[in-house]
Write a protein that binds this ligand. Structure first.
Ligand code: DOR
Length: 429
């Protein structure tokens, strides 16, 4: 099958280009990029006025399979990804059982190939059962295809185990991804510790708990000379620690989520569980520091931490609700509305943070528009106005902190391996 995308604004951060042109897709790869292309028998997509970008990549997604299918599974999660313009997602191992061995890694890869509508990369656990006691089968998992190792979902308390994990994973030139929040300090809190938590009388999770954990994790990565990726950075102090570490040459990369980049703890005043997440939504000064870090390259990429839960699990009193919410179907629109349309990021920066940077950092094949590259392409209407309605989400997680928001911009067409899998918001397969 041939696809000819005509007259789009082609944005390719990998070579810093942004110009109007055509892209021809043939045999699952990009066959040509240029002006006035034609191809016999090709399906033509008129992309005039639209942005043509390398497919979006999200390195932090909870697909919940195996075992937690009431929250999400590979089918629903990858369909949500397609709807949101993502062509590749990486799934976290905090499932039931935990993905801590090569059989499970291989199983997810295989299931994703048959059931998934986008590319799925697997992240294996660092410790067996996520118990933080014994190293998981890291080498075997990487050989089976795991792209990174992480105990995400919670903090890895054991400094000793993290040191060994970094050393071992580093031998395969793969990063360890950390959820950096000192659990002893933050563990009992439900929201950011500050004036809002004091006013509400809710126990807080202090930003310094994140700073301490990030400092430790960076020191260990520096000592082991091993790659470290810090998940969902949310505190001002963490941004500064990462900035300084990068200057020293530490192999550290970092991500921030659309929610931490755009929302504050003021939202918690309603006790709406759709805003409950770890790390928590923080105050405005932290949000500003995150955006500055994104802009100057301290924060390499945007990742959703798409963490769906079943509706009834979230539909309880604030204190009892699990943390996390859906993110795949709002991420691009939130970033375009709050960071691009406000002049904080350019379009090429948005595509860099949501596609090129994750591909480069994790050594993935996509993230680039060039002849011979996989035909993973996202066509974006940066002006499309719509209102978030969680009930219409493809994900099983029907809670979002952006429910009811008017957003500007969305992915119009998602192409994976040369096939159109989403058009006008509708997943086709
Ligand atoms: O809020 C969160 N939910 N943060 C995490 O790190 C894990 C996630 C989950 O798995 O539900």
């Amino acid at each position: 099958m041939k696809l000819l995308i005509k007259g789009g604004r082609i944005i390719n951060p990998a070579d810093n280009t942004d110009e109007v042109g055509d892209i021809l897709i043939e045999d699952k790869v990009i066959a040509a990029i240029g002006q006035n292309l034609s191809a016999d028998g090709a399906q033509v997509i008129d992309a005039a006025g639209l942005v043509v970008a390398p497919g979006l990549i999200d390195m932090h997604v909870h697909l919940r399979e195996p075992g937690l299918e009431a929250k999400e599974d590979i089918v629903s999660g990858t369909r949500a990804a397609a709807a949101g313009g993502f062509t590749t997602v990486a799934c976290m191992p905090n499932t039931k059982p935990v993905v801590d061995n090569s059989i499970l890694v291989a199983g997810i890869i295989q299931r994703a190939q048959t059931e998934g509508v986008v590319n799925v990369k697997v992240i294996g656990a660092l410790s067996k059962g996520l118990e933080g006691k014994e190293l998981a089968e890291i080498g075997d998992m990487i050989q089976a295809g795991a792209v990174a190792i992480s105990d995400d979902g919670g903090h890895l308390d054991s400094t000793r185990l993290l040191k060994t994990g970094l050393e071992y994973t580093g031998m395969f030139e793969r990063p360890v991804i950390t959820h950096s929040e000192d659990e002893e300090l933050a563990g009992e809190g439900y929201m950011h510790e500050g004036s809002v938590s004091a006013m509400l009388g809710v126990k807080g999770r202090p930003a310094v708990a994140e700073d301490i954990a990030v400092a430790r994790d960076i020191m260990l990565a520096e000592y082991a000379n091993a790659p470290l990726h810090i998940a969902h950075v949310s505190s001002k102090g963490a941004v500064e620690l990462i900035r300084q570490a990068k200057k020293r040459g530490v192999k550290v990369t970092a991500e921030a989520t659309p929610h931490h980049l755009t929302l504050t703890d003021e939202e918690l005043k309603t006790f709406n569980t759709a805003f409950k997440v770890n790390p928590p939504l923080r105050s405005a000064e932290h949000v500003e520091a995150l955006i500055a870090g994104l802009k100057d390259g301290t924060i390499d990429m945007i990742a959703t931490d798409h963490a769906p839960h079943a509706f009834e699990e979230k539909d309880v009193e604030f204190r009892y609700a699990p943390s996390g919410f859906a993110g795949l179907e709002t991420a691009l629109a939130v970033v375009l509305t709050e960071l691009y349309h406000t002049g904080k990021l350019t379009l090429i920066e948005v595509i860099e943070k949501m596609s090129a940077a994750p591909a480069r950092t994790f050594g993935l094949p996509g993230g680039v528009l060039k002849v011979g590259a996989p035909a993973d392409v996202t066509i974006i209407d940066s002006e499309y106005k719509w209102t978030v309605d969680c009930i219409k989400f493809y994900t099983r997680g029907k809670h979002s902190p952006f429910e009811g928001r008017n957003l500007r911009g969305r992915s119009l067409i998602t192409i994976v391996n040369g096939s159109i899998i989403m058009q006008n918001g509708e997943v086709l397969t």
